[in-house]
Ligand binder design. Sequence first.
Ligand SMILES: Nc1ncnc2c1ncn2[C@@H]1O[C@H](COP(=O)(O)OP(=O)(O)OP(=O)(O)O)[C@@H](O)[C@H]1O
Ligand SMILES: [Mg+2]
Length: 291
Amino acid sequence: MQFTASDHYVCTPDLTLAVNAAITLQRPLLLKGEPGTGKTMLAEEVAASLDMPLLQWHIKSTTKAQQGLYEYDAVSRLRDSQMAQVSHAAGQDNLGERVRDIRNYIVHGVLWQAFTADQPVALLIDEIDKADIEFPNDLLREIDRMEFYCYETRELIRAKHRPLVFITSNNEKELPDAFLRRCFFHYIQFPDATTMQRIVDVHFPQIESQLLQTALRLFYTVRDMPGLKKKPSTSELLDWIRLLMASSDAMTALDKAATQQSTPPLVGALLKNEHDLRLLDKLLGMQRNHR
Ligand SMILES: Nc1ncnc2c1ncn2[C@@H]1O[C@H](COP(=O)(O)OP(=O)(O)OP(=O)(O)O)[C@@H](O)[C@H]1O
Ligand SMILES: [Mg+2]
């Protein structure tokens, strides 16, 4: 099983290598990188290219590891048992049967679904750093041995096929060493201008070359400004280009920004706070004075 880049996603050779290394090692691929560098999309693309269903688990600050395994829905069972008493009195006992079997109230999490799927699946654990510090530790055994025990039904859930696991992190929290040991790690570097041009081409194949070149030049000028609080990312560049393409006088405004060091049009797609906007204005002002 080998992954090759798709038409919708620009995959650098080192990223392709990392995906294939994780496949060979049968270990989760831990992806880090700035927001918007295509971590989540990579999992979707790899799953599509290997023709595997993708199960996604989006982690929040309140997510617990147990939710990925299973949850026992005691409330529904209690409600059903009360309703069962009414239907029993009316001579219908289907609900009573259901209540007696606890398996009907075990809600399967994504890991359960991935482990019991009939075909190999890809599993995305997205933004693992959002959860509390215990979360990765609580999943060590499941990720390592690909099994867990359901105490309510007294069954061992073991993976029929080892899922291909992607884990993404924005580095908000450090991950424990024991967890890191079980993963193959790849940091997605921010794309250089050539790779970025390919990414834009994938999204906007009909873009005019002059617009693309000027927009890219301005984008990297803005991004490379020292002291930015939030650097614009790939997805913000794509939003900006989409807006520029929809605007009738974009080319004139872009040229003006490039030649006269004025604020680029629709800059709100790139810079997301007043500190960074002020910094850009200051830098452009300095460049104008030095002309
Ligand atoms: N290599 C790439 N090829 C094609 N499109 C890309 C690539 N990288 C990023 N993109 C575009 O950027 C968007 C953002 O990507 P994605 O959501 O996967 O980023 P992310 O790294 O998961 O960000 P976050 O950390 O904020 O979740 C995608 O929808 C896609 O349009
Ligand atoms: Mg993401």
